[in-house]
Design a protein around this ligand. Structure first.
Ligand SMILES: Nc1ncnc2c1ncn2[C@@H]1O[C@H](COP(=O)(O)OP(=O)(O)O)[C@@H](O)[C@H]1O
Ligand SMILES: [Mg+2]
Length: 313
Protein backbone atom coordinates (compact mmCIF):
# COMPACT_ATOMS: atom_id res chain seq x y z
CA UNK A 1 0.00 0.00 0.00
CA UNK A 2 1.43 3.39 -0.93
CA UNK A 3 1.19 6.33 1.41
CA UNK A 4 -1.59 7.76 -0.72
CA UNK A 5 -3.76 4.66 -0.40
CA UNK A 6 -3.88 4.94 3.38
CA UNK A 7 -7.37 4.57 4.86
CA UNK A 8 -9.83 7.41 5.16
CA UNK A 9 -9.49 8.89 8.64
CA UNK A 10 -12.09 10.44 10.90
CA UNK A 11 -9.64 10.87 13.72
CA UNK A 12 -5.86 10.91 13.52
CA UNK A 13 -3.61 9.09 15.99
CA UNK A 14 -0.12 10.34 16.35
CA UNK A 15 2.14 9.70 19.36
CA UNK A 16 2.48 13.37 20.30
CA UNK A 17 0.62 15.67 22.66
CA UNK A 18 -2.74 16.52 21.10
CA UNK A 19 -3.46 20.22 21.61
CA UNK A 20 -6.67 20.66 19.70
CA UNK A 21 -9.12 18.84 17.49
CA UNK A 22 -10.69 21.28 15.03
CA UNK A 23 -13.48 20.56 12.60
CA UNK A 24 -10.97 19.05 10.18
CA UNK A 25 -7.44 19.13 11.68
CA UNK A 26 -5.85 17.55 14.71
CA UNK A 27 -3.06 19.74 16.05
CA UNK A 28 -0.11 18.18 17.89
CA UNK A 29 2.70 19.78 19.82
CA UNK A 30 6.15 18.93 18.44
CA UNK A 31 8.09 21.14 20.83
CA UNK A 32 10.48 23.92 19.84
CA UNK A 33 7.62 26.23 18.94
CA UNK A 34 6.40 23.93 16.20
CA UNK A 35 3.13 22.07 15.55
CA UNK A 36 2.16 19.08 13.47
CA UNK A 37 -1.14 19.88 11.77
CA UNK A 38 -2.73 16.66 10.61
CA UNK A 39 -5.71 17.04 8.27
CA UNK A 40 -8.26 14.27 8.80
CA UNK A 41 -10.87 13.31 6.19
CA UNK A 42 -13.67 14.81 8.27
CA UNK A 43 -16.20 16.81 6.31
CA UNK A 44 -18.53 19.30 7.89
CA UNK A 45 -21.73 20.73 6.51
CA UNK A 46 -23.76 23.42 8.25
CA UNK A 47 -21.08 23.26 11.00
CA UNK A 48 -21.92 19.62 11.78
CA UNK A 49 -19.20 16.99 11.28
CA UNK A 50 -20.58 14.15 9.20
CA UNK A 51 -20.24 10.49 10.15
CA UNK A 52 -18.48 9.35 6.97
CA UNK A 53 -14.98 10.53 6.12
CA UNK A 54 -14.17 11.59 2.56
CA UNK A 55 -11.17 9.54 1.40
CA UNK A 56 -8.17 11.67 0.35
CA UNK A 57 -9.75 14.96 1.44
CA UNK A 58 -7.12 15.65 4.13
CA UNK A 59 -4.36 14.91 1.66
CA UNK A 60 -5.84 17.30 -0.92
CA UNK A 61 -6.15 20.11 1.63
CA UNK A 62 -2.57 19.66 2.84
CA UNK A 63 -0.90 19.28 -0.56
CA UNK A 64 -2.90 22.12 -2.09
CA UNK A 65 -1.95 24.44 0.77
CA UNK A 66 1.71 23.50 0.25
CA UNK A 67 1.42 24.17 -3.49
CA UNK A 68 -0.07 27.62 -2.91
CA UNK A 69 2.41 28.54 -0.18
CA UNK A 70 5.27 27.57 -2.49
CA UNK A 71 3.88 29.96 -5.10
CA UNK A 72 3.49 32.68 -2.45
CA UNK A 73 7.08 32.63 -1.24
CA UNK A 74 7.79 36.13 -2.60
CA UNK A 75 4.47 37.55 -1.42
CA UNK A 76 4.49 37.05 2.36
CA UNK A 77 5.79 35.01 5.32
CA UNK A 78 3.88 31.86 6.25
CA UNK A 79 3.97 29.10 8.86
CA UNK A 80 4.84 26.04 6.76
CA UNK A 81 8.19 24.39 7.52
CA UNK A 82 7.65 21.15 5.64
CA UNK A 83 5.08 18.69 4.40
CA UNK A 84 7.65 16.23 3.07
CA UNK A 85 7.35 13.07 5.24
CA UNK A 86 11.08 12.29 4.99
CA UNK A 87 12.00 15.74 6.15
CA UNK A 88 9.39 15.69 8.93
CA UNK A 89 10.81 12.39 10.23
CA UNK A 90 14.26 13.89 10.09
CA UNK A 91 13.15 16.85 12.18
CA UNK A 92 10.88 14.84 14.51
CA UNK A 93 12.39 11.33 14.75
CA UNK A 94 9.66 10.14 17.15
CA UNK A 95 7.25 10.23 14.20
CA UNK A 96 9.09 7.54 12.22
CA UNK A 97 7.06 4.52 13.38
CA UNK A 98 3.65 6.16 12.93
CA UNK A 99 4.40 7.50 9.46
CA UNK A 100 1.41 5.81 7.78
CA UNK A 101 -0.92 7.62 10.18
CA UNK A 102 0.15 11.13 9.16
CA UNK A 103 2.19 11.15 5.92
CA UNK A 104 0.76 13.21 3.01
CA UNK A 105 -1.89 14.79 5.24
CA UNK A 106 0.43 16.67 7.62
CA UNK A 107 2.27 19.95 7.79
CA UNK A 108 5.07 20.80 10.17
CA UNK A 109 4.48 24.47 10.99
CA UNK A 110 5.69 27.31 13.17
CA UNK A 111 3.50 27.57 16.22
CA UNK A 112 1.87 31.00 16.44
CA UNK A 113 -0.61 32.91 18.54
CA UNK A 114 -3.55 33.06 16.09
CA UNK A 115 -5.15 36.45 15.40
CA UNK A 116 -8.76 36.05 16.45
CA UNK A 117 -10.13 37.50 13.22
CA UNK A 118 -10.98 35.50 10.12
CA UNK A 119 -9.71 37.48 7.15
CA UNK A 120 -12.28 36.93 4.44
CA UNK A 121 -11.84 38.42 0.98
CA UNK A 122 -14.78 38.48 -1.38
CA UNK A 123 -14.57 39.15 -5.09
CA UNK A 124 -18.18 38.16 -5.67
CA UNK A 125 -21.44 38.51 -3.73
CA UNK A 126 -22.30 35.08 -2.39
CA UNK A 127 -23.24 33.21 0.78
CA UNK A 128 -23.49 35.37 3.89
CA UNK A 129 -22.43 38.43 1.86
CA UNK A 130 -25.44 38.01 -0.43
CA UNK A 131 -27.63 37.65 2.65
CA UNK A 132 -26.26 40.86 4.18
CA UNK A 133 -26.55 42.78 0.91
CA UNK A 134 -30.11 41.63 0.31
CA UNK A 135 -31.10 42.66 3.82
CA UNK A 136 -29.26 45.94 4.24
CA UNK A 137 -27.49 46.85 0.96
CA UNK A 138 -24.11 46.56 2.70
CA UNK A 139 -21.12 44.23 2.93
CA UNK A 140 -19.03 44.17 6.12
CA UNK A 141 -21.06 47.23 7.08
CA UNK A 142 -20.00 49.25 3.99
CA UNK A 143 -22.60 50.35 1.47
CA UNK A 144 -22.43 48.59 -1.92
CA UNK A 145 -23.85 49.84 -5.23
CA UNK A 146 -27.55 49.22 -5.72
CA UNK A 147 -28.93 46.57 -8.04
CA UNK A 148 -26.37 43.81 -7.54
CA UNK A 149 -27.68 40.29 -8.12
CA UNK A 150 -26.56 37.07 -6.43
CA UNK A 151 -23.03 35.98 -7.43
CA UNK A 152 -22.29 39.34 -9.12
CA UNK A 153 -18.64 40.34 -9.37
CA UNK A 154 -17.67 43.26 -7.13
CA UNK A 155 -15.88 46.18 -8.80
CA UNK A 156 -12.94 45.38 -6.51
CA UNK A 157 -12.40 42.61 -3.94
CA UNK A 158 -13.50 43.54 -0.42
CA UNK A 159 -12.03 42.64 2.98
CA UNK A 160 -14.99 41.24 4.87
CA UNK A 161 -13.72 40.05 8.27
CA UNK A 162 -15.45 37.77 10.74
CA UNK A 163 -14.93 36.85 14.35
CA UNK A 164 -13.22 33.52 14.90
CA UNK A 165 -15.91 31.81 16.93
CA UNK A 166 -14.71 29.01 19.22
CA UNK A 167 -18.07 27.35 18.83
CA UNK A 168 -20.95 27.96 16.47
CA UNK A 169 -21.08 30.28 13.48
CA UNK A 170 -18.58 33.01 12.72
CA UNK A 171 -20.07 36.47 12.75
CA UNK A 172 -19.29 39.12 10.13
CA UNK A 173 -17.83 42.29 11.63
CA UNK A 174 -17.04 45.72 10.15
CA UNK A 175 -13.43 46.81 9.59
CA UNK A 176 -13.77 49.28 12.48
CA UNK A 177 -14.21 46.30 14.83
CA UNK A 178 -10.92 44.78 13.57
CA UNK A 179 -9.24 48.11 14.35
CA UNK A 180 -10.68 47.95 17.88
CA UNK A 181 -9.50 44.37 18.35
CA UNK A 182 -6.05 44.48 16.71
CA UNK A 183 -5.13 48.14 16.48
CA UNK A 184 -5.14 50.23 13.32
CA UNK A 185 -1.72 49.27 12.03
CA UNK A 186 -2.30 45.54 12.26
CA UNK A 187 -5.85 45.82 10.92
CA UNK A 188 -4.49 47.54 7.83
CA UNK A 189 -1.78 44.95 7.48
CA UNK A 190 -4.27 42.07 7.71
CA UNK A 191 -6.38 43.69 5.02
CA UNK A 192 -3.47 44.40 2.69
CA UNK A 193 -1.88 40.97 3.02
CA UNK A 194 -5.24 39.24 2.56
CA UNK A 195 -6.01 41.26 -0.55
CA UNK A 196 -2.57 40.45 -1.98
CA UNK A 197 -2.99 36.70 -1.43
CA UNK A 198 -6.51 36.81 -2.87
CA UNK A 199 -5.25 38.60 -6.01
CA UNK A 200 -2.48 36.06 -6.39
CA UNK A 201 -4.90 33.15 -5.98
CA UNK A 202 -7.61 34.63 -8.20
CA UNK A 203 -5.13 35.29 -11.02
CA UNK A 204 -3.73 31.76 -11.00
CA UNK A 205 -7.17 30.18 -10.61
CA UNK A 206 -8.48 32.19 -13.57
CA UNK A 207 -5.69 30.87 -15.78
CA UNK A 208 -7.11 27.43 -15.00
CA UNK A 209 -10.72 28.31 -15.74
CA UNK A 210 -11.71 28.73 -12.11
CA UNK A 211 -13.21 31.74 -10.36
CA UNK A 212 -12.03 32.33 -6.80
CA UNK A 213 -15.27 33.86 -5.53
CA UNK A 214 -14.13 34.32 -1.95
CA UNK A 215 -11.71 32.88 0.54
CA UNK A 216 -10.73 33.03 4.20
CA UNK A 217 -7.24 33.50 5.62
CA UNK A 218 -5.88 33.25 9.14
CA UNK A 219 -2.79 34.95 10.51
CA UNK A 220 -0.75 34.38 13.64
CA UNK A 221 2.06 35.99 15.61
CA UNK A 222 5.30 34.06 15.80
CA UNK A 223 7.29 34.48 19.01
CA UNK A 224 10.01 36.16 16.90
CA UNK A 225 7.53 38.97 16.22
CA UNK A 226 6.61 38.13 12.63
CA UNK A 227 3.01 38.09 11.43
CA UNK A 228 2.60 34.81 9.51
CA UNK A 229 -0.06 33.46 7.19
CA UNK A 230 -1.22 30.27 8.97
CA UNK A 231 -3.74 27.44 8.62
CA UNK A 232 -4.92 26.13 5.25
CA UNK A 233 -4.58 28.42 2.24
CA UNK A 234 -6.84 28.69 -0.82
CA UNK A 235 -8.35 25.23 -0.41
CA UNK A 236 -11.88 24.18 -1.32
CA UNK A 237 -12.73 24.17 2.42
CA UNK A 238 -11.68 27.78 2.89
CA UNK A 239 -12.72 29.13 -0.52
CA UNK A 240 -15.54 29.17 -3.04
CA UNK A 241 -14.21 27.93 -6.37
CA UNK A 242 -16.58 28.22 -9.32
CA UNK A 243 -16.02 26.74 -12.79
CA UNK A 244 -15.68 29.88 -14.96
CA UNK A 245 -17.46 28.34 -17.96
CA UNK A 246 -20.63 27.77 -15.91
CA UNK A 247 -20.64 31.19 -14.22
CA UNK A 248 -23.90 33.07 -14.51
CA UNK A 249 -24.82 35.91 -12.14
CA UNK A 250 -28.36 36.03 -10.76
CA UNK A 251 -28.28 32.64 -9.05
CA UNK A 252 -26.18 30.50 -6.73
CA UNK A 253 -23.22 28.80 -8.50
CA UNK A 254 -22.17 25.19 -8.52
CA UNK A 255 -19.04 25.02 -6.46
CA UNK A 256 -16.19 22.61 -7.01
CA UNK A 257 -16.11 20.96 -3.62
CA UNK A 258 -18.73 19.55 -1.26
CA UNK A 259 -21.57 20.31 -3.66
CA UNK A 260 -22.68 16.63 -3.81
CA UNK A 261 -22.89 16.61 0.00
CA UNK A 262 -24.75 19.90 0.16
CA UNK A 263 -27.18 18.88 -2.58
CA UNK A 264 -27.99 15.70 -0.68
CA UNK A 265 -28.43 17.43 2.67
CA UNK A 266 -30.42 20.33 1.20
CA UNK A 267 -32.87 17.78 -0.14
CA UNK A 268 -33.33 16.24 3.32
CA UNK A 269 -36.03 18.49 4.69
CA UNK A 270 -36.51 16.15 7.65
CA UNK A 271 -32.97 16.89 8.96
CA UNK A 272 -32.85 19.99 11.19
CA UNK A 273 -29.13 20.69 10.55
CA UNK A 274 -28.03 19.66 14.04
CA UNK A 275 -26.19 16.55 15.25
CA UNK A 276 -26.55 13.65 14.64
CA UNK A 277 -26.19 14.13 10.89
CA UNK A 278 -27.66 11.72 8.32
CA UNK A 279 -25.44 9.08 6.68
CA UNK A 280 -23.89 9.83 3.32
CA UNK A 281 -24.57 7.22 0.63
CA UNK A 282 -21.42 5.64 -0.81
CA UNK A 283 -21.93 7.32 -4.15
CA UNK A 284 -22.00 10.79 -2.60
CA UNK A 285 -18.79 10.01 -0.72
CA UNK A 286 -17.16 8.82 -3.95
CA UNK A 287 -18.30 11.87 -5.91
CA UNK A 288 -17.01 14.18 -3.21
CA UNK A 289 -13.55 12.58 -3.24
CA UNK A 290 -13.62 13.04 -7.03
CA UNK A 291 -14.45 16.74 -6.61
CA UNK A 292 -11.57 17.36 -4.23
CA UNK A 293 -9.14 15.54 -6.51
CA UNK A 294 -10.45 17.38 -9.54
CA UNK A 295 -9.95 20.81 -8.01
CA UNK A 296 -6.40 19.80 -7.09
CA UNK A 297 -5.72 18.61 -10.64
CA UNK A 298 -7.27 21.68 -12.27
CA UNK A 299 -5.44 24.22 -10.12
CA UNK A 300 -2.00 22.60 -9.99
CA UNK A 301 -2.02 20.83 -13.35
CA UNK A 302 -0.75 17.71 -11.53
CA UNK A 303 -2.48 14.52 -10.42
CA UNK A 304 -2.51 14.24 -6.64
CA UNK A 305 -0.58 10.93 -6.86
CA UNK A 306 2.18 12.55 -8.92
CA UNK A 307 2.56 15.60 -6.70
CA UNK A 308 5.76 15.86 -4.68
CA UNK A 309 5.88 18.31 -1.77
CA UNK A 310 7.84 21.48 -2.44
CA UNK A 311 10.91 22.29 -0.43
CA UNK A 312 10.52 25.12 2.06
CA UNK A 313 14.03 24.94 3.50
N1 LIG B 1 0.62 27.99 12.72
C1 LIG B 1 -0.42 27.91 13.57
N2 LIG B 1 -0.27 28.21 14.89
C2 LIG B 1 -1.30 28.09 15.75
N3 LIG B 1 -2.54 27.69 15.39
C3 LIG B 1 -2.75 27.40 14.10
C4 LIG B 1 -1.71 27.48 13.12
N4 LIG B 1 -2.22 27.14 11.91
C5 LIG B 1 -3.52 26.86 12.13
N5 LIG B 1 -3.86 27.00 13.43
C6 LIG B 1 -5.17 26.74 14.05
O1 LIG B 1 -5.41 25.35 13.92
C7 LIG B 1 -6.79 25.08 13.65
C8 LIG B 1 -6.90 24.28 12.35
O2 LIG B 1 -7.78 23.21 12.47
P1 LIG B 1 -9.24 23.25 11.85
O3 LIG B 1 -9.74 21.86 11.86
O4 LIG B 1 -9.24 23.99 10.57
O5 LIG B 1 -9.94 24.07 13.01
P2 LIG B 1 -11.28 24.93 13.03
O6 LIG B 1 -12.40 23.98 13.30
O7 LIG B 1 -11.00 25.85 14.19
O8 LIG B 1 -11.38 25.61 11.69
C9 LIG B 1 -7.45 26.44 13.53
O9 LIG B 1 -8.11 26.74 14.74
C10 LIG B 1 -6.30 27.41 13.30
O10 LIG B 1 -6.55 28.68 13.83
MG1 LIG C 1 -10.43 25.59 9.88
Amino acid sequence: MSESDAMALLETQVPLLLLYRGKVRDIYDVGDNRLLMVASDRVSAFDVILTQPIPRKGEVLTQLTAWWLDSLRDVLDHHLLSCDPDEIVEQVPSLRESRDAWARRSMLVHRTEPVMVECVIRGYVSGSAWKEYRTSGTLAGERLPEGLVESDKLSAPIFSPATKAQTGHDENIPFSRVVELQGEEEANRLRELSLAVYEHGATIAKEHGIILADTKFEFGHHSDGRLLLIDEVLTPDSSRFWPADLYEPGRGQTSLDKQPVRDLLDGMTEWDKSAPPPDLPEQVVRETTERYMEIFRRLTGTELDDFRPPNFG
